[in-house]
Ligand binder design. Structure first.
Ligand code: ADP
Ligand code: MG
Length: 600
């Protein structure tokens, strides 16, 4: 137990934050290369602040988006991106996607006898993005600003930091995704403006933020969202529509269930994108010698996603309520995330806000570009002198306490908020509590994050105990101070003014804390894995795609794919770049003719 001064000390965390800023300033002139990373559920992107502007960095295939997919071969070679995404239907037990949804949980996947948690897999994506950036910039990347959904809790944020550490990438800062988008849009137009709303619907998460740019300060006034809503749910709805039309189970009866699911998902993705600008589109899955096909109209799709569209409302209303801003005073609505391209979503937005949304910045790129702006800010780029960033705590933080009801009975397990959601951070707030029973010897605070009235409905972050002198109930006061900084670290100080006994806790979640030994061990396991050679990425991606197509087409088409694959494989063996390139182009042309341009 720590004894301390009668008054809480200034937060150590804040002092450290200043120190790291000085360090960055001190390093100026030396090589400092911080990238901005949008580590998405479905797709990731990387950008850099250079020559006074944010610039996207293409991956080895020349794409600006890299699917957040990882595939590990038997020999321990790691494929990241499109190749991994394509391998999901041919090698489902070696390939993983949407692991961001499991960030901060204990859930793992097993590949070739090794277990991987979401942070391990994310670290492989980060490693690949870092390599893309280094190859593009011709410089070593020293650190990164990585974005996270506003709704990520402490555990999920910590897991994201760990992913960086495992990738050998110093995470300079975690930035809320909508804040990053706001930065991208804010910089695009420096004019002073009224509050605007960032509407981000990605593959798996939905975030709404109300942002203001005033006197060069970007301020997030409120954020709300649903971390279980995104484009994947639209795919699921589409699969249900297709199921109602015919029985895809029949076509896929003998397929591995994971493969079947992946084939359906890929078909839904294709249909969904086609329905973005068509009145109807085919939904078709082929496996072995069976084809399942149905025509789906835009109207049917719209009807099927109505419940999802309905769920977009509440977070919007909540963000407006929390910020005290009326919808009429919003100057505009900016769209972020691939799923905002869905016509039903656009219509709902237009209806909700009574105007058309702003898409000046491509919804797929805004978050990565904003992260690069933040990286430029950290590097103190002169072009960004005018901009500062304020951020809010995206959820309420508090302790459990007991309250007496009107008949005098004690109710425990109730939540007492100390820092309310959408408070501008860094922030430090203190609440005073009193003892509840006579001669109580100890006061114990459970520390929680969430919005529920009962603490059982919130996420427990930790616990702190402090001894108190024996007195009648209500006669001992205890001050509980929460300090929350911009990187999402919470520090709790508990002080008994009467005795001066002081306890300090920087939140450590027992269930989640990874010991330095365990971390080192995981780093060693991951170091065994080698990223697939970058100069071979395009070949690997085309091969993975050809194998997937081979499995899902039949007859002449299948034969044609098989033949071109064989030619391509022989070309690879020849090791002659020109021959390889020609064969690759031919194979790609055949695949494009069969299923359209490759989509992510
Ligand atoms: P995340 O932030 O979760 O990584 P993105 O912002 O990259 O996700 O969005 C991915 C989602 O966008 C996917 O669910 C994808 O199906 C959807 N999407 C991409 N293009 C379109 C389109 N043209 N129409 C509808 N949805 C789309
Ligand atoms: Mg996103």
């Amino acid at each position: 137990m720590a004894r301390g001064p009668a008054m809480p000390r200034p937060s150590l965390k804040l002092a450290l934050a200043f120190a790291s800023h000085l360090l960055i300033a001190g390093l100026k002139g030396e090589v400092l290369m911080i990238i901005g990373v949008d580590l998405g559920t479905t797709n990731s992107a990387v950008a850099v602040w250079r020559n006074g502007r944010a610039e996207l960095i293409p991956n080895a295939l020349g794409d600006m988006l890299t699917p957040s997919a990882v595939s590990i071969t038997e020999s321990g070679q790691v494929l990241v991106g499109s190749a991994a995404r394509d391998r999901q239907s041919t090698h489902p037990h070696e390939s993983v996607t949407t692991f961001k949804r499991r960030m901060g949980t204990q859930q793992t996947v097993k590949i070739h006898g090794h277990t991987y948690a979401a942070d391990d897999l994310s670290s492989l994506v980060l490693r690949s993005l870092k390599e893309d950036a280094e190859s593009y910039l011709g410089e070593t990347v020293t650190g990164a600003v990585v974005t996270v959904p506003a709704y990520f809790n402490e555990r999920q944020r910590r897991a994201t930091r760990r992913a960086g550490e495992l990738a050998g990438l110093k995470i300079e800062r975690l930035l809320n995704e909508p804040t990053a988008a706001a930065l991208a849009f804010g910089v695009a137009d420096r004019a002073e403006r009224e509050p605007f709303l960032v509407f981000d619907l990605g593959g798996g998460t939905f975030d709404v933020s109300i942002v203001e740019v005033f006197d060069g300060i970007v301020e997030v006034r409120a954020s709300a969202g649903d971390n279980r809503l995104g484009g994947e749910d639209f795919n699921a709805a589409l699969i249900d529509v297709a199921r109602g039309k015919a029985d895809p189970g029949n076509a896929l009866a003998a397929a591995d269930p994971i493969i079947a699911q992946e084939l359906l998902r890929a078909a839904a993705e294709r249909t969904k994108r086609a329905l973005t600008d068509a009145q109807s589109a085919p939904f078709s899955v082929t496996w072995n010698d069976r084809t399942f096909s149905a025509k789906i109209s835009a109207t049917e799709f719209d009807r099927a996603v109505e419940p999802l569209i309905e769920r977009l409302r509440e977070p919007v209303l909540r963000s407006l309520r929390d910020s005290g801003i009326r919808v009429e005073t919003l100057s505009e609505v900016v769209l972020v995330g691939g799923a905002t391209r869905t016509p039903a979503v656009r219509r709902a937005i237009t209806r909700m806000f009574g105007r058309f949304p702003n898409t000046a910045i491509h919804p797929d790129h805004a978050v990565a570009l904003g992260a690069a702006v933040q990286a430029g800010l950290l590097a103190r780029d002169a072009a960004l002198d005018e901009i500062r960033l304020t951020d809010v705590c995206p959820f309420t933080l508090g302790v459990d306490h007991a309250e007496r009801d009107s008949r005098g009975a004690m109710r425990s397990g109730l939540f007492s908020p100390i820092i309310e959601r959408n408070t501008v951070i860094p922030v430090s707030r203190v609440n005073r509590y009193i003892t509840v029973s006579d001669n109580q010897r100890v006061v114990q605070f459970g520390i929680y994050q969430g919005e529920a009235r009962e603490v059982s409905g919130n996420v427990k972050l930790g616990e702190v105990q402090v001894p108190v002198p024996p007195r009648p109930a209500g006669h001992v006061a205890i001050d509980c101070r929460f300090s929350y900084d911009t990187s999402g670290l919470l520090e709790v100080d508990v002080l008994v003014p009467e005795t001066g006994i002081f306890k300090n806790l920087v939140i450590a979640d027992d269930a989640d804390t990874v010991s330095p030994e365990a971390l080192a061990e995981r780093r060693a396991v991951l170091a065994e894995l080698k990223l697939h050679p970058r100069d071979m990425s395009e070949n690997a991606a085309v091969l993975a795609r050809a194998r997937r197509c081979y499995e899902s087409f039949l007859g002449d088409q299948r034969h044609q794919i098989g033949q071109a694959t064989l030619d391509f494989e022989s070309a690879l063996e020849s090791q002659q770049p020109r021959v390889i390139q020609a064969a690759r182009a031919e194979l790609t042309a055949i695949l494009n003719a069969l299923e359209g341009e490759r989509f992510l």
